[in-house]
Design a protein around this ligand. Structure first.
Ligand SMILES: Cc1cc2nc3c(=O)[nH]c(=O)nc-3n(C[C@H](O)[C@H](O)[C@H](O)COP(=O)(O)OP(=O)(O)OC[C@H]3O[C@@H](n4cnc5c(N)ncnc54)[C@H](O)[C@@H]3O)c2cc1C
Length: 370
């Protein structure tokens, strides 16, 4: 049984069904969720979409990102991430809705919407699951693919204390294109990421220190006056925009499995959207768990191997995220503006960004297998 019909759950259901395994897929939402903005797909994520047979379909609705420019508040180029140089396939930005639609179309398993797990009891060779629609299922394995607020996680482990780099993030659409390519602007202790999509809309990700119920006001307090270009970007936020706004929380669980219950995707590792690796990692998890489930070793051994590989990978991504936040904090701080900080501005930061670019690139273009 897979709990959660999001990116990871749908991918896993497809892999398993193709290997002839019977899957029950339950989803709490009443229908496929359409909320969501842009999702970054690095070469590792695109590779796994290809394994699902979705490579061309997603490529057709996605924007290829050959280059990501990082600018300072004064529009000076701090770094250029040459993403086109990464091992093919390319780095993409896709609307979350298109990705979910593609995954749902490919998935041969019917999704049982408006359904969740009420209780489960583990036995030596099976799990008894009581569902919210009143039915009971007897299954070999339960996979918690139910996202960052997972309730399946309680059967495996406690959520570890979440780490926060002290930022909140808000994602929205801009009304008009304010950039031709993917761009990150750093300044005043925050960041604006701009990602054009195939439909012509630009997805904007704001990383800001201040939270609050009025996101528009928070963004203006943090960013207005930074530069004419930033003011122009703020003008392009529609007046009644429905932001996806959250306080940033990152974690990797200490345990991924207990008996016959195992975690996947955001339920096991939630990362800041700044790195754009959430969807790619969930697709990797799905493929590796499918490989583990279908090999002939004893189940305990197979799940242990999945946990070992994925835990190492997720912790490495967490470190990369920390390094990106460090870059955003230092570049956006007043320290960099001081006249005597020229060494920091001209040598240390460009060198750091060049190294960071290589670190993140290496991380997101390796297709490891268990
Ligand atoms: C609404 C939304 C918008 C997002 N927008 C962006 C974005 O713009 N950019 C970006 O980079 N990342 C975004 N993300 C995060 C990114 O999509 C995730 O990192 C990635 O999808 C991880 O995949 P997953 O399968 O682990 O979790 P998800 O794709 O979040 O899927 C989890 C699924 O489980 C379901 N579920 C939750 N609880 C239960 C339960 N108790 N029982 C049954 N089902 C349950 C949820 O409804 C959801 O369908 C968004 C996530 C969400 C939920």
């Amino acid at each position: 049984m897979i709990v959660g019909g999001g990116i990871g759950g749908l991918a896993l259901a497809t892999h398993l069904a193709r290997q002839g395994i019977e899957v029950v897929l339950v989803e709490k939402a009443p229908q496929r969720r359409t909320m969501g903005f842009i999702v970054g797909l690095f070469p590792n994520g695109v590779h796994h979409l290809r394994l699902l047979g979705l490579g061309d379909a997603i490529q057709a609705v996605a924007t290829v990102v050959p280059l990501l420019e990082v600018l300072g508040a004064d529009n000076r180029i701090l770094a250029r991430y040459d993403l086109g140089r990464l091992a093919p396939p390319s780095t993409l930005v896709v609307e979350r809705e298109c990705l979910l639609e593609g995954l749902a179309r490919t998935c041969p398993v019917p999704v049982r919407y408006s359904t969740t797990v009420e209780a489960l009891r583990q036995r030596t060779d099976h799990v008894l699951v009581r569902l919210s629609d009143g039915s009971e299922e007897c299954v070999d394995l339960v996979v918690g693919a139910d996202g960052t607020a997972s309730t399946t996680r309680q059967y495996v482990t406690r959520k570890p204390p979440a780490r926060s780099a002290g930022f909140a993030y808000s994602i929205c659409w801009l009304t008009e294109g304010v950039t031709e390519g993917a761009t990150n602007i750093l300044g005043h202790g925050g960041m604006i990421g701009l990602y054009p999509t195939r439909s012509g809309r630009v997805g904007a990700l704001f990383l800001h220190r201040q939270g609050g119920s009025n996101t528009q006001a928070c963004l203006r307090t943090t960013f207005s006056g930074l530069s004419a270009r930033v003011d122009q970007i703020l003008e392009q936020i529609p007046p009644n925009e429905q932001f996806l706004s959250r306080r940033e929380r990152e974690f990797v669980v200490r345990r991924w499995r207990r008996g016959r219950v195992v975690l996947l995707g955001d339920a096991a590792h939630t990362l800041s959207p700044v790195l754009g690796l959430g969807a790619s990692l969930a697709l990797e998890d799905a493929w590796q768990l499918a490989q583990a489930v279908t090999c002939s070793d004893p189940l305990e051994q197979r799940l242990a191997s999945y946990e070992r590989h994925r835990d190492r990978r997720a912790r490495s991504a967490l470190r990369a995220s920390w390094l990106v936040h460090l870059a955003a904090s230092v570049t956006g701080s007043r320290l960099v503006q001081r006249p005597w900080s020229w060494l920091l501005r001209s040598v240390v930061l460009p060198g750091y960004f060049a190294w960071l670019s290589r670190f993140v690139s290496a991380h997101s273009s390796s297709f490891e297998s268990p």
